[in-house]
Design a protein around this ligand. Structure first.
Ligand code: 1GP
Length: 237
């Protein structure tokens, strides 16, 4: 977390490459990580909405062999927590009203976290409508916030900060048709002092730059890299 705070303080923008254990095969780790290591990526996130029980543990152990970037868990469920990683986003789904994803899963994860070395980073997670139904929506049984409800999104982010959360994550959903708008990012950034993460549906350099310019401290990209390794090159300059 200190590493992220320092970057924010120095106005350095961060990029997390998301690896979903459900979509990624172990055989591809070394070649994929070669690309990641040579890119502008600063972090690796590992997680997904639906993942088999041991898949995260096995995948993170393999990733560690091929990179020195920090590996941060971005779990869809308690089963995705593994001590092999460096840190864990302790996500609370603030856009929904499903108590399981606000506090229930957190309580259930304590037996795993109590004796672990993972750095646990409390993160307010806000799902925003993007044009199609997302896996987060299906799995959590919650609705995203309307992209027109900017004040509602800003207030939700602020409530997370007031609750003591360390970061806010604005999520359009993996493979989103429309990423979170620059306007939403801008107004949330004006309101909260904690680091702001933005992800979901970012597929071009322009969209990445727009997110940064509007105030995102860290951007998360998964699908665009999964679909086209050349995207790493496109981001180089
Ligand atoms: C999803 O924000 C992340 O949780 C990344 O989304 O796969 O669309 O890049 P993409």
């Amino acid at each position: 977390y200190q590493n992220i705070l320092d970057a924010v303080l120095n106005k350095k923008k961060l990029l997390a490459v998301l690896i979903d254990p459900d979509k990624f095969s172990i055989e591809n780790v070394s070649s994929f990580l070669l690309k990641v290591n040579a890119s502008i990526a600063t972090h690796i996130f590992v997680g997904g909405s639906i993942v088999n029980d041991d898949a995260t543990d096995i995948l993170v152990s393999e990733i560690k062999k091929h990179t020195s970037l920090p590996i941060v868990l971005f779990p869809g469920d308690v089963t995705q927590i593994t001590n092999q990683a460096d840190a864990l986003l302790f996500l609370s789904l603030l856009s929904g009203r499903n108590s399981e994803y606000l506090i229930g899963k957190h309580v259930a994860s304590v037996s795993k976290l109590r004796n672990s070395n993972l750095e646990v980073i409390s993160t307010g997670y806000i799902l925003i409508e993007n044009g199609k139904e997302t896996a987060v929506q299906r799995v959590t049984g919650t609705l995203p916030m309307s992209r027109n409800n900017i004040q509602g999104i800003v207030d939700t982010a602020k409530a997370g900060e007031l609750l003591g959360m360390k970061m806010i994550y604005l999520e359009a959903g993996s493979g989103a048709t429309h990423p979170v708008t620059p306007e939403i990012i801008y107004f949330v950034k004006q309101e909260v002092q904690i680091p702001l993460i933005v992800g979901g549906g970012i597929k071009s350099k322009q969209q990445l730059l727009d997110a940064y310019k509007s105030g995102a401290d860290m951007v998360v990209i998964g699908t665009a890299f999964e679909e086209n390794l050349l995207f790493f090159e496109a981001l180089k300059n």
